[in-house]
Design a protein around this ligand. Sequence first.
Ligand code: GAR
Length: 208
Amino acid sequence: MKRIVILISGRGSNMEAIVQRCAEQSWPAQVVAVIANRPEAGGLAWAAAQGIATTAVDHKAYAAREAFDEALAEAIDTHRPDLVVLAGFMRVLGSDFVQHYAGRLFNIHPSLLPAFAGLHTHRRALAAGCKAVGATVHFVTTELDHGPIVMQAVVPVRPGDDEAVLAARVLATEHVIYPLSVRWFVEGKLKVDGGLVVQSDGASQVLL
Ligand code: GAR
């Protein structure tokens, strides 16, 4: 059984989707802990109600980023994870942290990377007049919102869309591609070669 630790900052709807698919589809894996950098993160209560271990490592309690990263890594490593999943985790992690989890750290970003790395992706995509946007699951590397791409979802922009409408349309696709990406990882179906990710069954890595 592969051991998954999920990091959240807020409501944790992607975390919920992963926990649910893992149980429904009997993955060879278990979500062993959900950890938040905000004690008030809504997803913690949901995870605890499922019987999953929950912890808050409050970033406000640490003056230096490195000290927070170290405390977070300690909380994570207690659970001996095979995969650490950033699911709406809104803190930038330092390079020591990222290197410690190299090859076993996933993130989801609500844009078609490498477009619109960083914050306010939907606002920036609307301002740019994009006709399609999306979401990306990727392995985390030391460069923010970069790293080998596991899967992307493409979402149309419709006339009259505002940020909230677009975010909701993208989020619905995140709930499909993130669980599937995690499933492929725990089933050993992802190979990274030269910074590119291949799914060994030849399954489509894009949701259109
Ligand atoms: C998701 O849209 C995720 O892509 C985004 O935060 C939201 C979290 O929702 N992540 C980022 O912007 C990371 N830079 P959730 O808490 O309901 O899963």
